[in-house]
Ligand binder design. Structure first.
Ligand code: ZN
Length: 150
């Protein structure tokens, strides 16, 4: 777990400073807002599909380092994934940050996402890390109202 802890620090600091895909998208197929009132994290997510795959994910808004890093990594990881693959990653990610799944058993599929296993040690931050994923999941499954963690 020491390696995951180091990765956690590194990945979160880096993506918070230089978030990937941090912009709006004019030709998005799905636009959904995510809000975590506990922390004040508030983002809009944009998804564009090609056939049945996610061609592009971007986001804008503001929030804490963990939520922003999570949104940044999610936007990069989901590019080119099918809806089914995105659902699998959603289950894996929410599983490791809530401590229900052991990240070590899923390292290959998780890749950089494994860094967020560190969040399981800080229960108040779990909603910050999962907000982007819950919003994306809502967008994939046709939700058109704001996703809130509360
Ligand atoms: Zn937060």
């Amino acid at each position: 777990m020491d390696e995951i802890r180091e990765l956690y620090q590194e990945v979160i600091l880096d993506h918070n400073k230089h978030p990937h895909n941090f912009r709006s998208m004019e030709n998005a197929d799905a636009v959904l807002e995510g809000f975590n009132p506990l922390c004040g994290d508030h983002y809009t997510f944009y998804l564009r599909f090609e056939d049945d795959a996610i061609a592009e994910v971007s986001f804008e808004g503001s929030g804490c380092a963990i939520s922003k890093a999570s949104a940044s990594i999610m936007s990069a990881v989901l590019q080119g994934k099918s809806r089914e693959e995105a659902d699998v990653l959603f289950e894996l990610f929410t599983g490791i940050v809530t401590g229900k799944l052991d990240p070590v058993e899923h390292l290959e599929k998780l890749g950089k996402l494994a860094a967020f296993a560190g969040v399981a040690e800080f229960p108040v931050r779990v909603k910050c890390a999962t907000l982007p994923w819950h919003t994306m999941h809502g967008a994939l499954h046709g939700s058109d109202s704001q996703i809130s963690t509360e």
